[in-house]
Design a protein around this ligand. Structure first.
Ligand code: 13P
Length: 249
């Protein structure tokens, strides 16, 4: 059985105090939930250490890490630094990083290797733009993102990866991929992994869906055989909504 996961990506939201309060609220709500879903909160860097102190059940993640090991890179935060806060996960390749900060596949491959070398589990995001879906290129786009970002990894390392399919047109737009669209492309992603690393590895890798996921649509999305959970933006900032998604399994 693959691990079911619901990860919250807080993006650039909450002050430190608001973040601690949100984490406390999430913990209070998930205390009684025992459906086997792993809960992860991915906070801004400066929240990591303090949020770690209030987490009991949920695991901690960052939203990025540097592509270099250490040194004169003003403003950057290394994988080793993230790990030293007690974080276990790091989101890499989010479409907002790819588009606003010009992170390309080669840079993401470097970040992924550094994250793994420092004992962090990458939540690696892939997904197409609206124009790419409309022109029928979405399969090629996610395949290329997988190949260039991840397929240089050894099997041993690849097995540690969590994938997140996030169609850019569904992020923060209120527009969700239909359940059938999600299953179709998640199956394609798993088949692409199987062709590279074998079916046993592909069967092991959690593939999360992200993009306007909320309590009202989570169940339908998560019921698909190849959708193993969600990477949640806006709804992760409201503890009751986040919990509503976690309990959708
Ligand atoms: P929304 O849930 O706000 O659409 O964001 C999804 C996302 O980008 C998670 O990483």
């Amino acid at each position: 059985m693959r691990q079911k996961i619901v990860a919250g990506n807080w993006k650039m939201n909450t002050t430190l105090q608001e973040g601690i309060a949100l984490a406390q609220e999430v913990e209070a709500l998930i205390a009684g939930v025992n459906n086997g879903a792993k809960v992860i909160v991915c906070t801004p860097f400066i929240h990591l250490t303090e949020v770690k102190k209030v987490l009991k059940k949920a695991a901690l993640g960052a939203q990025n890490c540097a592509s270099e090991v250490s040194g004169a890179y003003t403003g950057e935060v290394s994988a080793a630094m993230v790990k030293s806060t007690g974080a276990e996960y790091v989101i890499l390749g989010h479409s907002e990083r790819r588009s606003y900060y010009h992170e390309d596949d080669a840079m993401l491959a470097k970040k992924t290797k550094l994250a793994l070398a420092n004992g962090l589990i990458p939540i690696f995001c892939i997904g197409e733009l609206l124009s790419e879906r409309e022109s029928g290129k979405h399969f090629d786009v996610v395949k290329s993102q997988l190949e260039k970002g991840l397929f240089d990894l050894s099997e041993e390392d690849f097995k540690k990866i969590v994938l997140a399919y996030e169609p850019v047109w569904a992020i923060g737009t209120g527009k969700t991929a239909s359940s059938a669209q999600a299953q179709e492309i998640h199956k394609f992603i798993r088949d692409t992994v199987a062709a590279k690393y074998g079916q046993a590895v592909a069967d092991l890798i959690p593939i999360l869906y992200g993009g306007s996921c909320k309590p009202s649509n989570a169940k339908e999305l998560f019921e698909n055989p190849d959708v193993d959970g969600g990477l949640i933006g806006g709804a992760a900032l409201v503890a009751s909504d986040f919990n509503g998604i976690i309990t959708a399994f």
